[in-house]
Structures are given as structure tokens and as C-alpha cells.
Write a protein that binds this ligand. Structure first.
Ligand code: MOS
Length: 750
């Protein structure tokens, strides 16, 4: 039950998910659940070679299957505008984006080479199985270890400077430090594995208008991409993604399924659906495998004197995917001498990309294992090590934070967990047959706020509609929008309607980067305030005016009314005000945006969320099965709009981190250049039995500068540091340090 159904909601309340009922009853419809009349089904034929070209496609048998309508490939596709630029999307990397069915070239295993379209899904699938494609294969390499020989420094990404970072004299300082630790860490490729697989239903209308239901994190991004790719005007394409069954970054860039569905719809002038199979979900974006070498020099008390932090991960051969990996370690701790080199290594796969806390899940987690090792090398408690090296300023850019309550998070988390009782020597805590390990780490992520617009509309019956193109990828954006609207205009939840995930609605960026709540919340707040000022003007002119003489500052909104702050009994219902206006509704659209031209690197203050994570594991001494038995995460993320959905986000991130620490690994067969663990039997993710109670503490962190509502966002922080804390707890339990994630049983044996 909602805690306060008829009272208007307040920012901070633990309100139930606004769309929860629609989701659990199945009335929420996802991209592949729209059934326009005459719908055709496409089935994707994936390349079985990794690099080379298609020399022939035998379609005869496929075309003979009853119900098959068309087989589309590069040989007969509709003409497309030339040039690569049209294929670049808002979230694209530098390089030449992949163009599906463009020519005979094969760039990665699983690349779509044909689409079979039929009246039924079964016929399309049957037909696709009968397509015979012949190839001319070229030599490929998908092995990261071999690709390291080809590594290069990314330079051309306009989004961020990739110059090597350096301050002081790190190499010299390293040699002179009395305490040292140096080691190399790595994690494998991981896939997002959202529950809802990528799919699009595209409805063609005369005049080549496309109405698209897509699984995407960005309706506007998908809209403009489709328009440019097919040479259409933006207003010919409408993209809707009202519900998204998880994405974690896999839906940031438009994927090939939506291209194929739109292409077939345009060619056949019919509605077409194309979905990926679970196996095909392993043929596009993934978190790239990474290696990170960390060298730390410290004084006898553990205070850092030198950091050398270098990392490399894969990219595709056609695009340079970059993320922030090494900077975190250089920014996060007080240290006079530091350097970091970041490089990419090309492999013959599709371009890897953002996956929950991209860059930090790699760069912070691996660094935080190294910090744990330094704690032992220096003989300092891991928590004490974080405190002695605590940075009050952003060390890399030498600037203050808008706020940073990590110290409070470390203290609150440690206290809640009972860290004080920890015996520091490995293998020193046990219960029965089990070794007990306690580990900790810190996390850091960006607190971003992106330009976003929203519209608010109050009708004569007192119902309020708020609208924004942003998607809700399962994070609770719709709930947060309703809550901010209700708080601003004093409208009860049951009278609020939220519209989102539609490119026709006011402009929004993709939902990602943990900026959804800060950005859509700010836009909704501004739009509702603008409606509020109009209502105030109208109410002031009513005869008699219930708020006579009161300025806007003198009125409050609550329970569907406007009232005098000084005398709440003098009130008027919002519905009555709208009726008094003589209009059907009072509406306003507003854009919330950060200061002009301020890039995150150049801003006068650093904007970050922080966390302190404490983990307990229990491990059978003979058969080292790791059980995570407790997790406490203290999060400093500014103002929390909804303590319930925010908590869910942090828990979700922590579950993903347990996966990263213990289970997740996409294994590739390099002979075929193909990800082989492409199902949930082979690609292991945590299940309920793997997850203990996770306690989330939100630290009070007032921040008037980070974003208009003081919100920092929590979608990603839960995964950052948590994987390290699990790995560190395993070391504490067993005395065995595993530097390559995931820490599977075989690595603990022997
Ligand atoms: Mo996130 S990786 O920006 O969906």
C-alpha cells in the first residue's frame, strides 16, 4: 500500500512504485507486446564467421516456407543515405559506427546478415534456419591477451580528454616509499542481461511515417538516429518506450533490432516486429574485459605517497569506446604523486559499451582491491587506511566537491556493520566449518544533471499530468516524477498521471548515467512551479479571492488546495482555480539545465556520489563455496527523492556487484570469435539464494549546487566498490588473494 494515498506526497517519502501494479498485473506493455493488425515478424540471421565477407545467400528454401514474405539482406535492401555520420547516435563512440545490412562485410560474430520476414514468428524462424550463407573468412582476433600488443591511446573522443594524467613525480616517489604494493588486476567481459530482450515493433503509416515501440533508454536518441539512417524527417518517426524491462546501458545506443524492424516496415509497408533471442543478446554491447595495474607507495602510517594506475580494455576495430577508468584512483585519495595511462585494445567484436557504472565498476573496484592489499602491506586497518588518505578535495582537478559525506558514510557503515570487532589477520575469524571474512571498500560515481524538459498540465477536475520524453528503465523515474509533481503542487498521487518514454513529449536525454532523477525531477519541479504561479495569479483575481493579498511566496500547496501559509484554513481547491480561469487546463513546459558550457571536468567543483561498503562472507574451509552473508552500504547521494525506490536501486547495483565478484563472466571461444556463455545456464548471475539481506543507509548530504533539487542520483553507485568489498572479504576469510574477477571456486582451491 502506498503510505499516503490521499495526502499529497512529499519529496523523501518511501512511495510505492507508481507503475508497480501495471507491471505485476501484466498490463504494462513492453516493446514486443504491441500487436497492430497485419503484424509481420522478422527473424534475424546472424553471421557464423567473425571477420570477412558474405559471398552468397541461398534463400530458396526459406522463401518456400509457407508464410514467409521476404528475405532482406544487403543485396536487396531499400536504399539508404550514404555516409557514416547518419549512423552516429547521441551515445556513439568515435570511429565508424556499424551499419547493419549495409554491405557484404562481416565485422563480428553474430552480426545480422539477413532478416526473414513472415506472417508468423514460427514461419520466420523456420525460414531463417533454412538460409544458407557462404562467407569468405579473414583472420580475426578476439583474444584480449593478444590484442594488448596492438593497444593504442584513445584521443579522438570529443567527450573527454584522454591525455595521460600526472602530478608530482610518481615513479621516484614510488621507489622512495617505505611501504609498497603493486599488482595487476582484471575482470572479464560481462553482459547486461536485462530481463526484457531487445525488440522493436514498428508500425508503418502512409507517407513513410514510423510509429516505433522500441526497447531503448532514449526515445529521442532512437528517433533522431532512425530518421537520419533512413533519410526521414524527425517528425516522421515517433519512438515510444513507456516500459523498459531493465537495460543497464544496453539500451543507450540504438541497436540493430530496431534498424531491421524499421527497414522491413519501410520496404514492405507493413507493421513489423523484430526481437533478439537471448543468444543474440550476446552479439552486441558488453562491458569490455579490462586489466589494470596498480602500484601504490605509502608512508609507514599508510598515507599514500605515490599512485601509478594504468588500465586497458577492449574496443571494437571500428569504434573507440572509452570510459573513465584510471582517473578515479587518481582523484579519490589524497596523494601528492600520481599518474595514470589509459589505453584501448581492438578486437573483432561489436563495440563494447556502457554497463552500469561504466569505467568505475572497472576502475574503482579493481583499485579498491589494491587498496586492501596496501592496508595489509602497511599493517593498517582497511577502514583506517581510507580515513588516513581521505581527500576533502578532488585531487586530480584540484577543486572542492559540491558536497562529500563519504567520511560520515564510512563511519555510519562501519558502526552498523560492527567493523570494530574485526580481527585483522586473514583466517582469524570462523564459525564451525566456515571461515568468516569481513571486507570493505569505498565507491564513487558521477552526480550528473542533464538538460531536460517537462510539461505539467492541471485539468478542471484537479488531475495533474506531467510529461517528459525520458524513459523509466526500471529505476522508478515515473514514481519520482509523480512525487516531485505532487510535492510541488500539493496534488495527491491518485490524481497524478505521468507520461514518459515517448519522443513526442518534451525533450530529454537518454536515461542513464544516474542522472534521471536529478534531471527529470528538476524539470517537473520547474514546470509544476510555473503552473503554480499561474494558479496563484488566477486565484488572486477570484472574487472573492480566498488568498487575497498574498504573494506567491505566501501560499502553500497541499491536498489538492492552495492555501495561505499563515492561515491554512483559508484555502481554495486547485480544480476551482482552473474552473475560475475559464480554461480547460493550466499548463506549462519548462527546461531544467546546467550552467551553460560547463563540462564535468572543467566545472569549478566536482560533483560525485560516494559510498562505503562492508561485506561479510562465509566460506566452507574444505570446499570453498563463497556465501555472501551480509552487506551494508552507506550512500552519500545528496537528497533522496524516494527512499524506497532509491534503496531498490542501490540493492540492484549491489546484486550486480556480487555477480561481478563471484559469478559473471562471458567466456569466448577465440577459434570462433564467439561468446559461448550466451544463456542463463552458462552465464551465471546471482539468484535470490546468493543474496543476503542488503542494508542501505542514506547519509544526510545537503547540497544546493549539484542540481536544482540537490539530488545526485543512485542508479549506479551500488555496483561501485561493492565487488571489491566482496573480494576483500574473501581474502580476509581465506588468506588467498584473487586478482582476477570473478572469484570462482577453482581460483580459491589449491
Ligand atoms: Mo547506464 S550504463 O548510463 O544505463
Amino acid at each position: 500500500m502506498n503510505t499516503n494515498m490521499s495526502a499529497s506526497p512529499r519529496i523523501g517519502d518511501p512511495i510505492d512504485r507508481f507503475d508497480g501494479e501495471a507491471k505485476v498485473t501484466g498490463s504494462a506493455r513492453y516493446a514486443a507486446e504491441h500487436f497492430p493488425p497485419g503484424l509481420l515478424y522478422g527473424w534475424i540471421v546472424s553471421s557464423s564467421v567473425t571477420r570477412g565477407r558474405v559471398t552468397g545467400i541461398d534463400e530458396t528454401a526459406a522463401r518456400g516456407v509457407p508464410g514467409v514474405v521476404e528475405v532482406i539482406s544487403h543485396r536487396n535492401r531499400r536504399q539508404l543515405p550514404g555516409g557514416d555520420d547518419s549512423y552516429k547516435d547521441e551515445m556513439g563512440a568515435s570511429g565508424k559506427p556499424f551499419r547493419p545490412l549495409f554491405d557484404d562485410k562481416v565485422l563480428f560474430s553474430g552480426q545480422p546478415v539477413a532478416l526473414v520476414v513472415a506472417h508468423t514468428l514460427e514461419a520466420a524462424r523456420d525460414g531463417a534456419s533454412l538460409i544458407r550463407v557462404s562467407y569468405e573468412s579473414a583472420i580475426h582476433n578476439t583474444d584480449f591477451a593478444l590484442a594488448l600488443a596492438e593497444q593504442f591511446a584513445p584521443q579522438s573522443d570529443p567527450r573527454e580528454s584522454q591525455e595521460p594524467e600526472r602530478r608530482g613525480v610518481p615513479d621516484q616517489a614510488l621507489a622512495q616509499s617505505p611501504r609498497h604494493h603493486a599488482a595487476t588486476y582484471c575482470h572479464p567481459a560481462e553482459h547486461h542481461n536485462p530481463m526484457e530482450m531487445h525488440a522493436a515493433t514498428v508500425i508503418w503509416e502512409p507517407g513513410d511515417r514510423l510509429s516505433v515501440y522500441d526497447k531503448t533508454q532514449g526515445t529521442r536518441n532512437a528517433q533522431s538516429w532512425l530518421a537520419r539512417v533512413f533519410g526521414l524527417k524527425e517528425d516522421q518517426v515517433r519512438v515510444r518506450s513507456e516500459f523498459v524491462g531493465g537495460a543497464f546501458g544496453s539500451g543507450l545506443r540504438p541497436q540493430y533490432h530496431v534498424f531491421l524492424a524499421a527497414l522491413a516496415a519501410l520496404m514492405l509497408q507493413r507493421p513489423v516486429r523484430v526481437g533478439m533471442t537471448r543468444q543474440q543478446m550476446f552479439t552486441h554491447v558488453y562491458r569490455p574485459p579490462a586489466v589494470q595495474s596498480v602500484a601504490l607507495g605509502a608512508n609507514a602510517d599508510g598515507s599514500l605517497n605515490a599512485i601509478v594506475n594504468n588500465a586497458t580494455h577492449t574496443t571494437s576495430r571500428f569504434e573507440s569506446y572509452t570510459q573513465t577508468v584510471v582517473d578515479w584512483g587518481l582523484t579519490h585519495y589524497k596523494c601528492p604523486n600520481a599518474s595514470g595511462v589509459y589505453t584501448l585494445a581492438p578486437v573483432d567484436t561489436y563495440t563494447p559499451g556502457d554497463m552500469r557504472a561504466p569505467g568505475a565498476a572497472t576502475g574503482v573496484n579493481l583499485f579498491e582491491i589494491a587498496m586492501d592489499e596496501l592496508a595489509y602491506a602497511a599493517g593498517v586497518d582497511p577502514l583506517a587506511l581510507r580515513l588516513v588518505n581521505y581527500a576533502d578535495r578532488d585531487e586530480m582537478h584540484d577543486r572542492p566537491y559540491t558536497s562529500k559525506a563519504l567520511r560520515e558514510a564510512l563511519e555510519a557503515g562501519a558502526q552498523r556493520f560492527g567493523w570494530e570487532a574485526r580481527v585483522s589477520a586473514p583466517r582469524s575469524m570462523r564459525e564451525g566449518r566456515e571461515l568468516v571474512g569481513w571486507g570493505m571498500a569505498t565507491g564513487v560515481w558521477e552526480a550528473s544533471f542533464e538538460k531536460t524538459s517537462a510539461r505539467a498540465r492541471l485539468a478542471q477536475d484537479g488531475t495533474l499530468e506531467v510529461a517528459c520524453a525520458m524513459t523509466d528503465i526500471g529505476t522508478g523515474t515515473a514514481t519520482v516524477m509523480a512525487q516531485v509533481a505532487g510535492d510541488t503542487l500539493g496534488v495527491p498521487l491518485e490524481r497524478i498521471r505521468v507520461r514518459l518514454g515517448d519522443s513526442d513529449l518534451p525533450e530529454s536525454p537518454v536515461e542513464g548515467g544516474s542522472w534521471g532523477a536529478a534531471s527529470s525531477g528538476a524539470a517537473v519541479h520547474l514546470a509544476c512551479r510555473a503552473v503554480g504561479t499561474q494558479l496563484h495569479k488566477i486565484a488572486a483575481g477570484m472574487a472573492p479571492s480566498p488568498i487575497a493579498g498574498a504573494a506567491f511566496d505566501g501560499v502553500a500547496f497541499g491536498d489538492g488546495h492552495m492555501m495561505l501559509k499563515t492561515d491554512p484554513a483559508r484555502r481554495v481547491s486547485l480544480a476551482d482555480i482552473v474552473r475560475a480561469s475559464g480554461k480547460d487546463c493550466i499548463e506549462a513546459e519548462q527546461a531544467a539545465e546546467p550552467d551553460q558550457g560547463e563540462s564535468a571536468d572543467k566545472a569549478p567543483k566536482a560533483k560525485n556520489t560516494h559510498s562505503a561498503v562492508f561485506v561479510e562472507v562465509r566460506i566452507d574451509e574444505e570446499l570453498p563455496i563463497v556465501r555472501v552473508t551480509r552487506i551494508v552500504i552507506a550512500v552519500a547521494a545528496g537528497r533522496i527523492i524516494n527512499s524506497k525506490t532509491a534503496r531498490s536501486q542501490v540493492i540492484g547495483g549491489a546484486v550486480m556487484a556480487v555477480g561481478m565478484a563471484l559469478h559473471e563472466e562471458t567466456v569466448m571461444d577465440h577459434r570462433f570469435g564467439r561468446f559461448m556463455t550466451h544463456n542463463f545456464a552458462d552465464y551465471h548471475i546471482p539468484v535470490n539464494a546468493d543474496i543476503p539481506g542488503i542494508e542501505v543507509l542514506f547519509i544526510d548530504e545537503p547540497d544546493a549546487e549539484v542540481s536544482p533539487l540537490g539530488v545526485k542520483g543512485v542508479g549506479e553507485i551500488g555496483v561501485v566498490g561493492t565487488a571489491a568489498a566482496v573480494a576483500n572479504a574473501i581474502y580476509h576469510a581465506t588468506g588467498k588473494r584473487v586478482r582476477s574477477l570473478p572469484v570462482t571456486m577453482d581460483k580459491l582451491l589449491g
